[in-house]
Each structure stands twice: as structure tokens, then as C-alpha cells.
Design a binder for this molecule. Sequence first.
Ligand SMILES: C[S@@+](CC[C@H](N)C(=O)[O-])C[C@H]1O[C@@H](n2cnc3c(N)ncnc32)[C@H](O)[C@@H]1O
Length: 261
Amino acid sequence: MISGYKMDPARYKFEIAHAENNFRDETSTHLHIDKALIKKMFDLNHKNVLDFGCGSGGMSLWYAKHWDCEVTGFDIDRSYIFLANELQAKLKIPNATFSQRNIIETPLNENEKFDFIFLNDVAEHIELSILQDIFNQLKKALNKNGKIFVTYPPWRSPHASHVTHVTKIPWCQYLPKKLLIRLIEKDNRELGGEIENTLLEAYHGLNHLTHEKMAKVATEANLKISFRNSHSMLNRVPVLNKLKHMTPFNFLITKEFLLLE
Ligand SMILES: C[S@@+](CC[C@H](N)C(=O)[O-])C[C@H]1O[C@@H](n2cnc3c(N)ncnc32)[C@H](O)[C@@H]1O
């Protein structure tokens, strides 16, 4: 529990509604393909699940509700853990525990072992050398046959600037930096986090993640990619779909899904 934490009431209402939507909505949030793939690929019953970078807990509680499993949610930002605890109390889902945790400062210990570790839209927000340290730890925290499922929008994708909803310009990450910053500042918005509190701060926190960079992190952590699904705008055009990893078609990949073992 995050005792004594206070949030502005309007922000609280907005963030809880957003978190609840991530929990309930199977079709329209940024997590809809994640949910469809997870349902198809995994049986989480009787498993120990870690939702790393759980944010306000919508996905963690979705795992806990749909399977008879134990879910741990870690996030570095206490504001999100506060929200996750509030959402859990509202939904009355008992089999999840949320903790504010920076595993670089407080590494995972030998009793913290998991069968499944999920990182939904987290890896692109963490500086690469820190991401490497995190994956080294996560690999060691896997039980036998344990798996890590990582999803992220790759940097080249139309929305990977994470600000196209304000600039209204797909691929705006390739605009001259000064112009892009000016566009974000014009409509800069507050976010639910304490660490990255505005859209501009969140933009600056992005690590420009590509499949090549993510694969390198995985390999150095001694993890193998056993499954890759690249969701592309070309998926609707079966003839061209085979080209989706080639330049310039790779700029049409909107999300990467990787299973690491
Ligand atoms: C875009 S949010 C995704 C939240 C959630 N997984 C979801 O899909 O709704 C990214 C989250 O990663 C968290 N995060 C960033 N760096 C982290 C770190 N080093 N350790 C744990 N969490 C981190 C942020 O605080 C934020 O909640």
C-alpha cells in the first residue's frame, strides 16, 4: 500500500477510469492485441506472474481475474502503484499484489521467482543500459520453463513518438527536434506519473527501441526469442506482408510482440 499518497481529484478520476478501461476493454485500448495473443498463447492457471512496469494495474488485474494465478505488479512510480491499489480495491480482485520497486536499487532476491513475466509497453521507456540490467535480473528470476513476454511499439512506427495524439502527425519523431518539442509544448499534458509527469517528459524518456536493440538486450541476458509477431499496417495486404521487416515497410510495424525463454 502507498499510505498517505494524495492525488488531485480530477486527475484521480481520469486515471482510474483509464486504468479500468485497460482492465475491461478487450478491443480498443493500446493493449487489445496483447490481450488476444496472451489468451491464445498462455495458460496462466496456477502460475506466478510478474507484471513488470505494471502502471496503474489494468493488465495485472486482467491476468488475476482471468486465471487462477498469483500476480505481482512492480512499478518504479509510486503514483501508479497508488492507482493500481485503488483499482484493485474497487474491483475486489484478491490475487494480485502491487509494489513500488526500482529493481536496480533493490534487486530481485532468490525467493522472487516467476513462471511468466510480462512487460506491456514498458521496454521502450527505460534507458538501454538499465533495461539490460533489468533483463539480466528477470532472466534469473524465471522458474524452470519460465517465459518473458515483451510488447512495445518500435521507434520507427507511426506512433512511437507517443505524441501523435497531440501533434496529429504520424512519424513526427523524424521532424526537426526543435519543431517537434515546440509542437508538444503547445499541447503538453499532465500524466498520472510522478516521475514522468508530462507528455514532454515522457517523450524525453523514450529509448528509441527497435527490434535490433531489443534482440541484443535479450541475447546478452541469455534469452532466446522463441516467438515474434510484428503487427504491421501491411497485415491487411497478404501479398506485401512478407516484406514487412524490410525498409521502408518496417516503418509500418506498429507493435512488436516477443516471447523470450
Ligand atoms: C506506458 S506505461 C505501461 C503500463 C502498463 N504496463 C500498461 O501497459 O498499461 C510504462 C510503465 O513503465 C514504468 N517503468 C518505467 N521504468 C521502469 C523501471 N525501471 N522499473 C519499473 N517500472 C518502470 C512506468 O512507471 C510506467 O508505469
